[in-house]
Design a binder for this molecule. Structure first.
Ligand code: NGO
Length: 523
């Protein structure tokens, strides 16, 4: 019989040894355990201890971030953690200090100092304070993510962190069309991704199977396209009302996440054509589709009603969306001729600009000369893309989502019960081991806005399914987007150790993550 090490040590202890206190110290958290890895970490001095007497100090401008911090720390500590404009003298304090943090930090960077007397997070504004707060949460013992009070010594290791993102765009994507995920599920995902400093959530709102957003000028899009049974295999259905969508935009903004809506066109439009047969060339409604084929539907490029429809949808979506981007898809338009595709994009790309947004599309849009002020989302498998490179030379910017590295719907390995495998099996090390800045040999890093991890929903139903595919790989993509590049092999060893230590946090949150055999998971 093999005894666990702890049992062997216990046997070796003299009988007079004091029993371990009921609230045994949790495994140590170090200043270097943060995900994504900060720019600079300097451990020093003594730890801060969060106690029942701790006060959160924040001026009125930073109050919303202080509220989020308090809401994150109260359940597991059971402490009141009052928020004050100024800390009372002598009280242990967590201070949020906005403004004049230095130009080098930008809008999202922060400095975090931990001393025995208190913790200070400084940033130029609330986005940076929020990022610093996410770091601080990870410096507390993992039980801080429990939903009920735990008896733990809530210590934060001493030292200083200076941090800011490598890329401005760090995204995740949910496919609402293949399976509708409810507003509550989307909010939970926003909570989960914003912990890793993801700052954009792209919602794929329409595809062949379903249409998931209310459009007042074309009401049947949502009522027919979002009817029960409009998911893959006839499962699910539903749509976001405008009120739901506005509420999601607000909820995301409170977590410094910007929503990017996508309506895919000119392909992937079967659901729209079921609702409005006039959007087909022959005016005949196609049958609803609940299978996972792609590339068979197309808007009718020669009909004027197509552009009325597109403009109405873009206008209404732009009015609902405070963020800068509006995604118009453009992928896999195999049922549209190459000439028609260019005609379509020549008319549609300017419509996005007309309503004040930057056009964003899958990398196929880079074939259109009108895409020079657009953002192209690279989802290819190769490490070069001449059409995209040519567009980049004309001004197009790029978000990197190579399907064989960044698609969270790819299986981890052949035994993964969910997901697809057309692009690759993507274990955690594959998701981590590439560089968004240099992945495409013909696109310079200066054209790369950032990285996004799409999660397509053909095989996913529940939030558990989403979590199992997203975590832990989303943490890998988040680190590629946020952290400075260093030597990749060394980074992997550091990353897998930090990820292993993060496991108990997901467990406390009830997140159903994949326990990859590549990672030394802590209990
Ligand atoms: C492709 C396709 C989607 C699929 C996805 C599944 C893009 C941009 N178009 O990615 O319709 O859902 O793969 O992995």
């Amino acid at each position: 019989m093999r005894l666990p090490l702890a049992a062997l040590l216990a046997c070796a202890l003299p009988l007079t040894a004091a029993p371990a206190p009921a609230s045994a110290a949790p495994p140590a958290v170090s200043l270097g355990s943060v995900l994504p890895a900060p720019v600079s970490v300097r451990p020093s001095g003594s730890a801060f201890r969060l106690t029942a007497g701790t006060v959160i100090a924040a001026p009125p401008a930073a109050r919303p971030v202080a509220d989020r911090l308090a809401a994150a720390l109260r359940p597991a500590t059971g402490y009141r953690l009052p928020i004050r404009a100024h800390a009372p003298a002598g009280a242990p304090v967590i201070e949020l200090s906005p403004g004049h943090a230095g130009a080098g930090l930008g809008a999202e960077g922060y400095r975090l100092s931990v001393r025995r007397s208190g913790v200070t997070v400084r940033a130029n504004g609330n986005a940076g304070l929020y990022a610093g707060v996410q770091t601080l949460r990870q410096l507390l013992p993992a039980a801080i993510d429990a939903s009920t009070p735990r008896h733990v010594r809530w210590t934060v290791p001493g030292g200083d962190i200076v941090d800011h993102p490598r890329f401005a765009y760090r995204g995740a994507m949910l496919d609402e069309a293949r399976h509708f995920h409810t507003p509550a599920e989307i909010k939970r995902y926003i909570d989960e991704i914003s912990r890793f400093k993801i700052n954009y959530l792209h919602l794929h709102l329409a595809d062949d199977q379903g249409w998931r957003i209310q459009i007042d000028s074309w009401p049947r899009l949502a009522t027919v396209g979002g009817a029960p049974g409009t998911g893959v295999d006839g499962v699910g259905g539903g749509y976001l009302t405008k009120a739901d969508y506005r509420d999601l935009v607000r909820y995301a903004a409170e977590r410094f996440v910007t929503i990017v809506p996508e309506i895919d066109m000119p392909g992937h439009v079967n659901a729209a054509q079921v609702a409005y047969p006039e959007l087909t060339c022959d005016g005949v409604a196609p049958p609803p589709r609940t299978d996972t084929e792609v590339g068979y539907s197309s808007l009718c490029i020669g009909k004027e009603i197509t552009y009325r429809f597109v403009e109405d949808v873009i206008r209404e979506l732009a009015a609902l969306t405070p963020g800068p981007y509006l995604h118009i898809g453009g992928d896999e338009a195999h049922a549209t001729t190459a000439a028609d595709y260019l005609t379509f994009e020549r008319r549609v790309l300017p419509l996005v600009r007309k309503y004040g947004k930057t056009a964003y599309g899958w990398n196929e849009i880079s074939r259109s000369p009108s895409a020079s002020d657009a953002v192209a989302q690279f989802w290819g498998l190769d490490t070069s893309d001449p059409a995209l490179a040519a567009a980049v030379a004309g001004g197009t910017k790029v978000v990197m989502s190579p399907a064989n590295r960044a698609y969270l719907d790819m299986k981890y390995d052949p035994s993964t019960p969910l997901g697809l495998s057309w692009a690759a099996y993507i274990e955690v090390q594959d998701a981590y081991g590439w560089d968004p800045g240099t992945r495409l040999t013909d696109v310079p890093e200066s054209a790369v806005l950032g990285v996004e991890a799409p999660l397509w929903s053909e095989t996913l139903r529940s939030i558990d399914d989403i979590e199992f595919m997203a975590f832990p790989r989303l943490a890998a993509i988040a680190e590629l987007g946020w952290s400075p590049t260093r030597s990749l092999p060394g980074d992997w060893e550091s990353f897998r150790a930090r990820l292993g230590a993060y496991g108990p946090r997901w467990a406390h949150q009830g997140v159903d993550f994949y326990r990859s055999p590549q990672i030394p998971w802590a209990d």
